[in-house]
Design a protein around this ligand. Structure first.
Ligand code: DI6
Ligand code: FE
Length: 405
């Protein structure tokens, strides 16, 4: 038995249904075999934990480790030049249609070695870890051939061996049309997206299946065919939906029992009840909203009123969201999308975990879940969404073991 108690802390447990972050003052978190065994006030600590090794956290705030449930952080090159062009007036869609945008990242990704892809991904993963993140979703979608999509996911998986993070992979071959399939999107779905998904699943490389349902991406009918294959393989789906237009992607994804629908600036309020009924998480990505200077907000009030779980993520990618700080995404979620600070932290913990189907393992401080926690040098959880930048993380607890940040 390997037991440990973390004492002298304030614990924001984020337990669902509790108000005020589920905050416990003068808290103790007891861990055993890498799992949370007990959390509560010091005065109520059960005798059973009296003999455990004690680690004094000196009054720090403890939260669940953060979960970044939507990233594209494995890619080659960068798009700083495109950023400059957009400042001169070109739109994201114009650049994409002119062969820049996602396609330029596809060329750079195909040209990069596995080692280079991993090295650049690790830099971004390290940024996330410095913000208390312990679970990162990573999508394919910049390879756009079977060989290169599989390679991206192998690189993504290999991050786990290098850093203390859990990686969740998503098959996003239906992200953009590669130049060799220009004008033949259906053929691309038949020849690359579907057979590649079958290969990736056989190799154990895919946890979830995603798509980009958009005018510059794929039609609802094309996404439906990819989701049919996912269903046959028993893999859960999610969708980039209603980012730039309303193609009814969210409702389509809900029909396939999606874990989440992501972006949602153009989601019609009348489609919100369907998400609530099906328990689909709404993943909000304020980094892309900010970087693209969008003005149309996701229907936050309708989502909140319907009781749809809202998650926040970085969407870390070289084009529409060059962002590797989940705390900044939380700040933007509050300032741009008018979430409360509590909704922002729940979005980066409990609801992020739910969006990845990992709600039973991560996202709250509750007995039975993994003892993966973030220890902060701040007095109150509001601070995590309030302060922009800086190093607020004091340390991380990974499977019950403390490491100084
Ligand atoms: N939506 C996004 O915001 C990213 N992909 C997507 O489907 C953008 C990816 C890129 O511009 O490279
Ligand atoms: Fe994305």
């Amino acid at each position: 038995m390997t037991g440990r108690v973390f004492t002298h802390c304030r614990a924001a447990t984020l337990v669902e249904g509790e108000r005020g972050y589920g905050l416990v003052e003068d808290a103790v978190v007891a861990v055993e075999d890498g799992r949370i065994a007990w959390v509560g006030p010091q005065a109520e600590l059960p005798q059973a934990y009296a003999g455990f090794e004690q680690v004094d956290l000196g009054g720090a705030l403890v939260t669940p480790a953060l979960v970044d449930c939507h990233t594209h952080l494995v890619f080659g090159g960068d798009r700083a030049r495109e950023f400059a062009l957009r400042l001169e007036g070109a739109s994201y869609e114009e650049i994409a249609r002119a062969g820049g945008g996602i396609r330029s990242t596809v060329s750079a990704t195909r040209a990069a070695s596995d080692e280079d892809l991993l090295a650049s991904a690790l830099r971004r993963v390290d940024d996330l870890i410095a913000d208390g993140v312990a679970v990162v979703e990573v999508k394919s979608g910049y390879g756009l051939s079977i060989e290169h999509e599989l390679r991206m996911l192998r690189v993504a998986r290999s991050i786990e061996a290098e850093r203390p993070v859990r990686i969740v992979t998503s098959w996003l071959a239906a992200h953009a049309l590669p130049p060799e399939y220009e004008g033949t999107a259906d053929r691309y779905i038949d020849e690359v997206v579907i057979p590649g998904l079958e290969d990736a699943a056989a190799e154990g490389l895919v946890d979830e299946v995603d798509g980009f349902c958009e005018g510059i991406g794929f039609t609802p009918d094309q996404i439906r065919r990819v989701f049919d294959t996912a269903r046959e393989l028993g893999i859960r789906v999610k969708l980039h939906a209603e980012q730039l237009s309303d193609l009814k992607g969210a409702v389509l994804a809900a029909e396939y029992d999606a874990l989440s629908v992501d972006h949602l600036e153009w989601l019609a309020p009348e489609d919100v009840p369907t998400l609530a009924e099906k328990g689909v998480v709404a993943v909000l990505l304020p980094g892309a909203f900010y970087a693209l200077r969008e003005t149309r907000l996701p229907p936050i009030d309708a989502l909140r009123e319907a009781g749809v779980a809202m998650a926040l993520a970085t969407d870390c990618n070289p084009g529409s969201s060059p962002l590797s700080s989940l705390r900044l995404a939380m700040n933007m979620g509050c300032t741009l999308f008018r979430l409360t600070a509590e909704e922002a932290l729940a979005g980066a913990t409990r609801n992020g975990a739910k969006a990845l189907g990992l709600g039973a393992e991560y996202g709250t401080i509750e007995p039975g879940k993994r003892a993966d926690l973030a220890v902060w040098d701040v007095s109150h959880p509001d601070y995590l969404s309030y302060w922009i930048g800086g190093r607020l993380l004091r340390g991380r607890i990974t499977a019950g073991t403390y490491t100084h940040a």
